[in-house]
Design a protein around this ligand. Structure first.
Ligand code: SAH
Length: 391
């Protein structure tokens, strides 16, 4: 039994699933990664959780009632994996790459799995999920339910450090394949789960790629293009597309992806540049575009850096808005959880005012439906994607 503060108990009763270390009033005999019963300050049971002896998130709830045994948790775990796979089968179309398990949002805290055609990747992000019996149960059920035989475990060294887990390498857990090609909205992309230069995709943007393509036209610019997710989609409908990124390996992968899709996807111009410098040079030179996509990395990694992050987003959006022709389309994203949708829209309004443009919103979007959010766990919502027309 682990006892938590009245504040934590109230949060759990409101449907949240985390308890911070500072709210644990008595850890009892809980050991690293164990399944425990959580009780409030009066000793009333609140449910079952997985305990971490090192993370700031000490408890992650898995049930709102105590579980009788580890075997009962293993059964529940398998049922949840099966339900998560069934949910994706219903809603993912024209694509064989998607997130299969999304941690808290699938009631499976600490585990993420993605499917790339015939290769599954797994991340075990907590002490509890790193235990052999839990990992094996997840993998067995994933393989059974998806029919995919190859499973690669991808390890984040920083997360293992936070969870005080011994270092280990990424590697194949099942099958033989670690490389493949997958399809998103009918476009092909190469995937490498291991090896020096990992490649992949931002699967959370899958539906936003399609949305961008619905509105895009003319001369298009994809800023922070990575391996070409937006650029390839734009190239099916636009006259010309330029993709910009500061990473040369990402651009090389982008070019290979473009070639995989010829002739449906025509030549794309790939530029290695710092986006801030390039946008400045382009706007000084009076360049104009019909469509601009902005998909920067998360600028705000914590609440403290929020202000700097907003300034960064504003500068990018301001420059892009200035370069859009009248009626031009802006697709602008933020994947920082700390920047709320309200913050993001306020930043965009300020950027539009400074650019002396009106921005008419066409769509306000989030992550694709295979990355669901739990209403009671705001941390599960992070991606914003706004599509608008500059007037
Ligand atoms: N739009 C992409 C994902 C972008 S991820 C997709 O849908 O697949 C963010 C990208 O920004 C990374 O590829 C990273 O290399 C790039 N990046 C980070 N800082 C940059 C900068 N200052 N200028 C240009 N690119 C940058």
């Amino acid at each position: 039994m682990v006892a938590v503060s009245a504040r934590a108990a109230a949060r759990l009763r409101d449907g949240h699933v985390w308890v911070y270390r500072s709210d644990v009033t008595d850890p009892g005999t809980a050991s690293a990664g164990s399944l425990v019963t959580v009780k409030d300050h009066r000793g009333k049971p609140l449910g079952a959780a997985l305990y971490s002896s090192s993370s700031q998130i000490a408890l992650r709830m898995v049930a709102n009632r105590p579980l009788a045994s580890r075997a009962e948790w293993l059964t529940l775990l398998r049922q949840r994996v099966a339900a998560a796979v069934a949910y994706r089968k219903e809603l993912v179309k024209d694509s064989d790459a998607y997130r299969v398990l999304f941690s808290e949002a699938d009631l499976l805290p600490g585990v993420i799995a993605d499917r790339y055609n015939d290769v599954l990747t797994l991340q075990a992000l907590t002490q509890a999920m790193d235990a052999d019996d839990l990992r094996s149960a997840v993998v067995d059920e994933l393989v059974t339910q998806t029919g995919v035989a190859n499973v690669v475990e991808r390890v984040e060294p920083r997360i293992r450090e936070l969870e005080a887990l011994p270092a280990k390498d990424s590697g194949l857990l099942r099958g033989t394949k670690t490389e493949t090609a997958f399809t998103l909205n009918g476009l092909k992309f190469a995937y490498q789960a291991l090896g020096g230069q990992k490649t992949g995709a931002f699967l959370d943007q899958r539906e936003n790629y399609a949305a961008a393509a619905r509105h895009a036209r003319g001369r298009a610019l994809d800023v922070f293009c990575y391996e070409g997710g937006f650029a390839l989609h734009l190239a099916r409908v636009c006259e010309s597309v330029t993709g910009v990124d500061s990473s040369l390996p990402a651009l090389e992968a982008a070019e290979r992806n473009q070639k995989l899709n010829e002739p449906a996807v025509r030549e794309i111009e790939w530029l290695e540049a710092n986006a801030f410098d390039l946008l400045k040079d382009y706007s000084t030179a009076g360049e104009q575009f019909d469509t601009i996509v902005l998909d920067p990395p998360a600028f705000a990694r914590s609440k403290r850096t929020l202000e700097t992050a907003i300034r960064g987003y504003k500068e990018l959006n301001l420059r892009a808005l200035k370069m859009l022709k009248s009626g031009g389309v802006l697709v602008t994203c933020s994947c920082s959880h700390h920047v709320s949708e309200a913050d993001f829209l306020a930043m965009l309004a300020a950027a539009a005012a400074d650019a002396h443009r009106n921005l008419r919103l066409i769509e306000k979007r989030g992550a694709a439906q295979d990355h669901p959010m739990l209403l009671s766990v705001p941390e599960t919502a992070y991606l914003k994607c706004v599509v608008g027309t500059a007037l």
